[in-house]
Ligand binder design. Structure first.
Ligand SMILES: Cc1ncc(COP(=O)(O)OP(=O)(O)O)c(N)n1
Ligand SMILES: Cc1nc(C(=O)O)sc1CCOP(=O)(O)O
Ligand SMILES: [Mg+2]
Length: 416
């Protein structure tokens, strides 16, 4: 349970806040949020163990909490000026800054500025309402900003032609694009990117994804391939493992012999050198890995994501699949983010649609697999459910029985 306390001046936003909370409730996107009134001029968001505030366009005085600038008077500041400012100010959110062809939202992330960009800003009150609601539902800031823009656009569309989304934004067209080097307007906008632009990655076979065990030795990879697994990943986290390169060569050869999709986690240089089938990288790796070298070598690329913004950012690199995690609590890895749950997973899968194959990961065992599979994801990645199974072969058989796509029942009139 959390509470969202609004100052009197924001009372008109209630007509936007309440339908959004109802939609979040309907799709079970988070804990319940109660709406209250704030004594101060700030929006106060309170969870059991912490609280923070939000203030729109404060004049001068330093406040604790997020400071949102969303009212702009020409001449507008430049994008590069705002990028630098936000990089220095962790609590500053630049919202809907007008640009020549559209608008940009900028926020702070680990010492730098991140942004989403789109051509039509949408309506400002729904945008503010979604920002507050998403934060009160405990979405991370980058997802709250992204959702706010999508909702502002959906609201505007629905009011222009009577269609569109007044509820929770779902369709890809409403969402802004993450601003990366792959965006054709990044340079003209004056946005500085650390990464290089990259062409789309080679395709992976989604039909071979269904069960995707992630294991920590070449011995495990070979054992799984012998048991008929079609996609697997070697994930060795010990940088000092003296057998690393030998194991990598072993799994690449085994994968080729079995015509299987064997991904390597992290070690993209060795993957390129030894011509692996594919590489799996996390979000932080995107800042350092040479994606162009991986793409030009013809390797497939899987990317980890943990929410709306990371999905939009991953999509910009046109990877071979997008992993969505972590769905349930896991003990395999310490996670900085919260478990997403199946309902958010379903929305993420819908957002990605047919654009890229999707893989769900994190805390998935046989008892949870069916619910996850029903969201429509193309693959389910598991560590413990296979490596800690008493009988791994039986575990694979059980998963394989479950992870089958049934064709929709044919109407009798289709028969002839
Ligand atoms: C299929 C799949 N999804 C996600 C991950 C996690 O990758 P990453 O974020 O790089 O974290 P580490 O695995 O390196 O700890 C994965 N490995 N596979
Ligand atoms: C390696 C990994 N990456 C995750 C992510 O969310 O990015 S979750 C995860 C561990 C998954 O292990 P298990 O199936 O044992 O819960
Ligand atoms: Mg990794």
């Amino acid at each position: 349970m959390s509470s969202l306390c609004l100052p009197d001046s924001l009372t008109p936003l209630l007509m936007h806040v309440e339908p959004l909370l109802a939609a979040a409730d309907k799709y079970q996107l988070g804990e319940q949020v109660s709406v209250d009134w704030s004594e101060s001029e700030t929006v106060d968001i309170q969870f059991e163990e912490r609280q923070f505030s939000l203030v729109f366009n404060p004049d001068g005085a330093d406040i604790t909490g997020y400071k949102v600038l969303d009212q702009w008077i020409a001449p507008y500041p430049s994008v590069s000026e705002m990028q630098q400012l936000v990089a220095q100010k962790p609590n500053l959110i630049v919202s809907g800054l007008p640009t020549e062809k559209g608008c940009i939202d900028i926020w702070h992330h680990n010492g730098e500025a991140r942004a989403v960009y789109c051509h039509h800003a949408g309506a400002s009150e729904p945008q503010r309402a979604m920002l507050m609601v998403a934060l009160a539902l405990d979405f991370p800031l980058e997802d709250a900003v992204t959702l706010a823009r999508a909702h502002a656009r959906g609201y505007m569309e629905s009011h222009m032609d009577g269609y569109g989304e007044t509820g929770w934004p779902m369709s890809r067209e409403l969402f802004p694009r993450a601003l990366t080097a792959n965006h054709p307007e990044a340079e003209d906008l004056g946005w500085t990117c650390k990464e290089a632009a990259v062409e789309p990655f080679a395709a992976t076979d989604p039909a071979k994804l269904a069960l995707y065990p992630v294991v920590d030795s070449a011995e495990w990879v070979e054992r799984l391939l012998d048991l008929g697994v079609a996609t697997t990943q070697l994930r060795i986290k010990d940088e000092n493992d003296s057998t690393l390169e030998a194991q990598i060569k072993q799994v690449i050869a085994a994968g080729k012999a079995h015509q299987a999709q064997v991904y390597l986690n992290d070690h993209w240089q060795l993957a390129v050198e030894h011509k692996a089938y594919g590489v799996h990288l996390g979000q932080e790796d995107l800042d350092t890995a040479d994606l162009v070298a991986i793409q030009q070598a013809g390797l497939r690329l899987g990317l980890s994501t943990h929410g709306y913004y990371e999905i939009l950012r991953a999509a910009e690199f046109s990877p071979s699949y997008i992993a969505l995690g972590h769905i349930f609590p896991t003990t395999t890895k310490e996670m900085p983010s919260k478990p997403q749950g199946v309902n958010r997973l379903a929305l993420y899968h819908k957002l990605i649609g047919e654009a890229f194959p999707t893989v769900a990961i994190g805390g998935i065992d046989l008892s949870r697999a069916e619910k996850v599979w029903r969201t429509g994801v193309n693959g389910i990645a598991v560590v413990r459910a296979v490596t800690q199974a008493e009988d791994p072969k039986a575990a694979l058989d059980d998963f394989n029985q479950l992870l089958v796509r049934h064709e929709p029942a044919k109407d009798a009139t289709d028969a002839e």
